[in-house]
Design a protein around this ligand. Structure first.
Ligand code: SDX
Length: 393
């Protein structure tokens, strides 16, 4: 019997870890970051402040936040030679493939912040990843649409800087719309960390061997890409667009219930939440607010999403299996309204989740009890047998 942690009264796992960063109650639909509920943080905080909270365990004072913001801001540029990596990709490469490759390439550049046993190098690696993921992600978008890279502008806040790097072009003046910047920052906050999800567990497992921290984050990017995980936000908007109108919803509900059909409602269901994903609630309110402020409240995709949610939540199948909208159900509607193509939805999720991956990686590395991860298996293969020569097979 492998080590078993008492993870939560009545909940034990052979693969669980101890963590003080994020708490989820799947039955109540609760999500706390260092004890603070996600809905309060989404309403009152902003992404860099949540980054500080996740990394250091407390909300920062004004001076601490100013210092942290300054350190992140001063690391937003990439080593100029890293831009060469982009030109090795086909133009039609999925931006997640590019982000995964370029984040991994950071392990070949920032050698002064890869000694995981040096607290200062761990700190610098963490700041660099939070600071550079927007630049890496925006460059992936620019490369995919054949536009020149836009360098960061350190006079802008984190979300505004990202929007400008994505949507500005050298030929024209670009002014960040504060409505979009606030919506972008809230998207970042709502995706920042989420306990031991698949990609975070991937980062922890990779990091447990002492691997290069940048390479560990690249492993998290790779895992997040899957449609059962972070890739669901892209798949959910594509599904909502394919449904197209509320009268076609029953057809898709039937498909999702048909065991013979592999189709699932994208953006619905969760490994842990058997109630509303609290992030989905905030995301739905944000979609209403942003599209209303932009004057597109009658967006047909939003109407389909709301009606699909309503019908599904009244359907015996979804009710009995406790399937509710998750973080990916409404996020794509907001990202689409901001101006992103669906291919950029998961890279933006990865950008947002980088701080969660790093906070969990640091927590693990700094735990003196930490050992290399080694999940066990239930063996179901052949029993012992002697080798048979080919003429006797
Ligand atoms: C994220 O772990 C995290 O925290 C992840 C995440 C994070 O922040 O890191 O929250 C982000 O990944 C959210 C999930 C995004 N994925 C999707 O929206 C893809 C669609 N959803 C599913 O594929 C599914 O719900 C999963 C993958 C999320 C969970 O799959 P499970 O573990 O099979 O779900 P389950 O055990 O709760 O399923 C119970 C039943 C099953 O049917 P039975 O085998 O009991 O007959 O419900 C069915 C499932 O087939 N089911 C669905 C469904 N999700 C589950 N049926 C139709 N549509 C769905 N979306």
């Amino acid at each position: 019997q492998a080590d078993v942690f008492t993870f939560d009264p009545g909940f034990t796992s052979t693969a669980a870890c101890e963590s003080s960063i994020t708490f989820i109650d799947g039955d109540k639909g609760e999500l706390l970051h260092r004890g603070y509920p996600i809905d309060q943080l989404a309403a009152k905080s902003h992404y860099l402040e949540v980054c500080y909270l996740l990394l250091y365990g407390e909300l920062p004072t004004a001076a601490q936040l100013e210092d942290f913001t300054s350190r992140v801001t001063n690391h937003t540029m990439l080593h100029e030679q890293m831009l060469n990596f982009y030109r090795g990709f086909r133009r039609d490469a999925h931006p997640m493939a590019i982000v995964c490759g370029v984040v991994g390439a950071m392990s070949a550049f920032y050698h002064d912040s890869t000694d995981i046993h040096d607290p200062w190098q761990r700190e610098v690696a963490s700041i660099r990843m939070i600071a550079k993921l927007p630049t890496i992600t925006a460059n992936a978008y620019k490369y995919s649409i054949g536009q020149p890279f836009v360098y960061p502008d350190n006079n802008l806040d984190y979300a505004s800087n990202f929007l400008r790097m994505c949507f500005a072009v050298p030929a024209e003046e670009y002014v960040v719309d504060p409505i979009l910047a606030r919506a972008m920052d809230r998207i970042f906050m709502l995706h920042a960390d989420h306990e031991q999800n698949a990609s975070t567990s991937t980062v922890r497992l990779a990091g447990s061997s002492g691997a290069n921290p940048f390479a560990c984050i690249a492993a998290g990017v790779a895992c997040l890409w899957g449609p059962a995980h972070g890739g669901a936000n892209e798949a959910a908007l594509n599904m909502l667009r394919e449904i197209g109108s509320v009268d076609r919803i029953p057809e898709y509900i039937a498909k999702a219930k048909d065991k013979a059909d592999p189709f699932r409602l994208m953006g619905f269901g969760h490994r842990v939440y058997k109630n509303f994903d609290p992030r989905a609630k905030v995301m739905k309110e944000s979609a209403d607010e942003v599209l209303g402020l932009l004057g597109v409240e009658n967006n047909p995709t939003l109407q389909v999403a709301k009606e699909l949610e309503k019908i599904a939540l009244e359907d015996e199948y979804f009710v009995s299996k406790k399937l509710y909208p998750n973080v990916d159900f409404y996020s794509g509607i907001i990202l689409d309204a901001i101006g992103f193509p669906t291919s950029m939805f998961t890279p933006i999720f990865a950008l947002s989740r980088t701080v969660g991956w790093i906070a969990q990686w640091k927590e693990m590395i700094e735990d003196e009890k930490q050992k290399i991860g080694r999940p066990r298996q239930l063996y179901t293969g052949a029993g012992f047998r002697d080798y048979a020569d080919v003429e006797n097979r």
